[in-house]
Design a protein around this ligand. Sequence first.
Ligand code: NDP
Length: 328
Amino acid sequence: NRQILLVSRPQGEVQTDNFRLVETPLAPLAAGQVRVRNHFLSVDPYMRGRMNEGKSYAPPHPLDTVMLGGTVGEVVASENAAFQVGDAVSGFDGWQEFGTSDGGSLKKVDTTAIPLSAYLGVAGMPGVTAWVGLRHIIGAKAGETVVVSAASGAVGSVVGQLAKQSGCRVVGIAGGPEKCRLVTETFGFDACVDYKAGQLEADLAAATPDGIDGYFENVGGVVLDAVLERMNAFGRIAVCGMIAGYDGQPMPLKRPSLILTARLKVQGFIVSEHLDLWPRALEEITGLLAAKRLHYRESVAQGLEKAPEALIGLLKGRNLGKQVVKLI
Ligand code: NDP
């Protein structure tokens, strides 16, 4: 079983030598166990936080153990009556070819209409994250203007499409013309602002003539400063991520007093703490997917050994849509 271990903690940016590839023999299954051959690994921004020492909403990932993460694959052996060989499942096996568990964290998935890899993205944790932030925290209503940063990504692309379904004006913020084209042409946003083009404030003002009622925050830093200037009175901000600061960059707010003067509601959230909302979220998302009214894009890295580079690339914005690693 080839595995990637986390062997050291990054100082600033993640480096490939924070990881090591090892090969470990597979033990025979014990009673109650299930073995899954993983087909795809998930690569997600939250992994950067788990690589650090110190306090956050979740404990640091222990060194010299398999790097954590979501997985999808096929059951190849089972001593557990709940799983049969050939079942397609999603799980949390981390960066390794085979996962062996008691099946507690495995979930059978239906791949007749939705491809296996999509359960790591639009039909999985990132899709539910988009739903929780938009529907539960922002509560976007028809006619309102909703803005989302990291708009071309796994979470952002779903936020915008769900907000369109609700009749909102939807504006994305993304890095570069290729991503902005994807956001408007494929995902159907009304506009997309390229924050790397050098005139973020002016471009955002032009794209939000009626101000901003709901903001889905994935980034922080200068993007948040620009959005705060455009927020309407009683606007809502769902703070989902602040990726611009994940390597430890300081992110001072330029005008925090805008939260008061615009009477904003600002709420952070962690999707795994809203388990009660997952069924409703997935029902809407899978329904839209089946009706081909929800679109997604994937960046696929080939081979287990590419996982560290895929994470480094994701944190630098090199991915276009949900980043996954294909094992077979
Ligand atoms: P994405 O697919 O959006 O990939 C990350 C993107 O972040 C990059 O492509 C890049 O896009 C953008 N980015 C990276 N660095 C910067 C920077 N310095 N400034 C601005 N943008 C940057 O990832 P996800 O959709 O999986 O995640 C999006 C956000 O949601 C993350 O912040 C993540 O931590 C958060 N999240 C939170 C959850 C929760 O429970 N709260 C659950 C899941 C995700 P670009 O090129 O456009 O800059």
